[in-house]
Design a protein around this ligand. Structure first.
Ligand SMILES: [Ca+2]
Ligand SMILES: [Ca+2]
Ligand SMILES: [Ca+2]
Length: 385
């Protein structure tokens, strides 16, 4: 979930607390870092450049040495592609004021999709006029499809964007189907919208209805190792809940008996401003972040679990994987769907995290966590110097 959406995701009470602290926070550029992580991993930073900040991240599905970030770079709102080893970045899109990135996902180097909760729109960027490595040429930006299930007044609150990577029989969705997680403000009113044929004739699956609904506020989407859909909830009364979905009857939507709350809410009775993001490693292990607090009390827990057998009938056993002194992570992604994230793995995957500082200010770096096995590229990675 992007920065612009955080305030919409906070309760009125926590929003007031936030306002009270913002003047204090000015000039107090506090660092964030892991406060605990398991043995067998090394934490690092990926610098974004002094004064720059990211607001949303996306995996590069074609090259695991890169990620995409939306944010402010050299004072200009852009989407950039960042080399994980050198931190060098290339601009792929300069955002006009008519587009804000609440979340985005990359289909391939020539197409990406943006959820814009600020303007209540879904955008498609298609590098074709000419295909020159950016989306800034005439006719390369269009509205993918009109959002459905809006609030009164037309407000739409889309956040996470996720692309189905290959034909998926457990969800009855084709490769390239784009999922949008929206959070239209009411309890249990969050939706997953599925858009098929995104580059040709975009259509909702099922037609003009939501694919799944019933959670409250989007906290991330992912697939387990069997291709089932994981849906995280980021806000009261569902903070930290993770649903799992499977289209058992093949009717291209998740109906009764086809979803289950795999992980219950974080605290049974009390919640404050907990929020979450979700990522799945190459083994199918799931990571979900839940943050709370402010200033010295700011903390995020990265929780982890494996999806149990028969997940529609049982719950997962959750443990704390790592903790940070950030109150909120906007994104957690892996750079690779194939490299191992097991402790000590050689040439393992990177977990890349985008967090706020303890006062909800921006920081000009991303955090990384990687298995500490030897890497051929390690000498080029600035964090190890
Ligand atoms: Ca909106
Ligand atoms: Ca172009
Ligand atoms: Ca179904």
């Amino acid at each position: 979930m992007a920065r612009s959406h955080v305030l919409q995701g906070l309760s009125l009470r926590s929003f007031c607390v936030l306002l009270c602290f913002i003047p204090v926070a000015k000039g107090m550029a506090l660092d964030i870092s892991f406060t605990t992580h398991p043995p067998g991993y090394v934490a690092g930073r990926l610098p974004l450049g002094t004064g720059n900040s990211a607001h949303a991240l996306a995996r590069d599905p074609e090259n695991e040495n890169y990620i995409y970030a939306a944010g402010l770079f050299d004072g200009v709102a852009r989407i950039v592609r960042i080399n994980l080893w050198t931190a060098a970045r290339t601009t792929v899109f300069v955002l006009p004021t008519s587009i804000t990135v609440s979340g985005f996902a990359v289909l391939h180097s020539r197409a990406l999709f943006i959820s814009d909760a600020w303007h209540d729109k879904i955008f498609r960027l298609h590098d074709k006029n000419p295909p020159d490595g950016d989306f800034n040429d005439p006719g390369e930006v269009s509205e993918l499809i009109q959002p459905i299930y809006r609030n009164p007044g037309g407000d739409w609150t889309g956040t996470t964007v996720f692309i189905i990577p290959s034909d998926n029989s457990r969800l009855t969705l084709k490769a390239g189907t784009v999922l949008f997680q929206s959070e239209d403000g009411g309890t249990t009113q969050g939706e997953v919208l599925a858009v098929a044929n995104a580059l040709t004739t975009p259509t909702y699956v099922p037609p003009y209805r939501r694919y799944f609904w019933g959670f409250n506020y989007g906290g991330g989407l992912g697939l387990d190792a069997q291709g089932r859909l994981l849906v995280a909830s980021s806000f009261w009364p569902d903070t930290g809940k993770v649903w799992i979905c499977e289209d058992l009857d093949g009717n291209r939507e998740i109906g009764p008996g086809e979803s289950n709350i795999l992980v219950p809410r974080v605290h049974p009775t009390t919640e404050w401003a907990g929020l979450s993001a979700l990522a799945v490693d190459s083994s199918g292990r799931v990571y979900s972040s839940v943050g709370w607090g402010f200033g010295n009390s700011a903390q995020t827990d990265i929780r982890t679990f494996t999806v149990p057998a028969n997940p529609l009938q049982t719950t997962a056993t959750v443990s704390t994987f790592a903790t940070l002194n950030s109150p909120y992570l906007s994104a957690v992604i892996f750079n690779s769907t194939t490299r191992s994230f097991a402790p000590g793995a050689v040439n393992g995957a990177f977990m890349i995290l985008l967090g706020f500082d303890p006062f909800y200010g921006d920081v000009d770096y991303l955090l990384t966590l990687r298995p500490d096995g030897p890497s051929l590229a390690v000498r080029r990675w600035s964090q190890y110097k």
